[in-house]
Design a protein around this ligand. Sequence first.
Ligand code: ARG
Length: 265
Amino acid sequence: MARWRRILGGAAAALTVAAMGTLMQSSPAAAAPDGPDMVVGGTTATQGEFPFMVRLSMGCGGALYSPTLVLTAAHCVNGTGTNTSITATVGVVDLNSTSKVTRRSNYVYRAPGYNGNGKDWALIRLSSPVTGLATLPIARTTAYDSGTFTIAGWGAATEGGGQQRYLRKATVPFVSDATCNSSSMYAGQIIASNEICAGYAAGGVDTCQGDSGGPMFRRDAANAWIQVGIVSWGDGCARPNKPGVYTQVSYFAATIASAASSLGG
Ligand code: ARG
């Protein structure tokens, strides 16, 4: 279970999560939106709070990089090329809302050289732009790669739990590469140059299965949201001494930006 993403390399894992999501969303609306420990250890986001959040039909999250591009995780997609199979849902915290907006993908760009170990980012191009939703700028320097981060997603609210109908959010503190790679945590498994850890040593708050591809973000110097991470992997969810591991967006920012422009923005 623990290291499943790196072992499976992503596609199979994403399909498993997608199947969970399909089951959850097709069952009748149950479940009150809020609970004490539901992302894990979070609370329900309010409508419009994170307008850039995207739910992807394979069971992942994403963020609006531009009106036509969704930034997600490489392990959520199968490769680079024409792809009309993904549906992106935007504009709602409630995935069953009648006011949800959906778009079909028309192209996927997966990080060049992605092999299941690091480089966990991808861009999904939508068939037409979404309107009226703020996008989430990416951090282009390491200036924001510390502090307190917000995480959000429709993934499991407990390890092994089901996908969520309502967007959930939480905050987690930065964990240095040295700490995250220490023997009590990931013992050298973190790729320090391009992964960033966040969470509490005591556990309890984390992203989880189905949050993959979604953004980790914080406020910049102008108090605007800026994306510093992409949900990538972890050992279980919210376990003590097992912080969430995120793609370090600043490291890839220039490559992401040039890929985005090659995709037409
Ligand atoms: N790889 C997972 C997914 O596909 C995300 C895992 C995040 N885990 C964590 N403990 N932060 O949804």
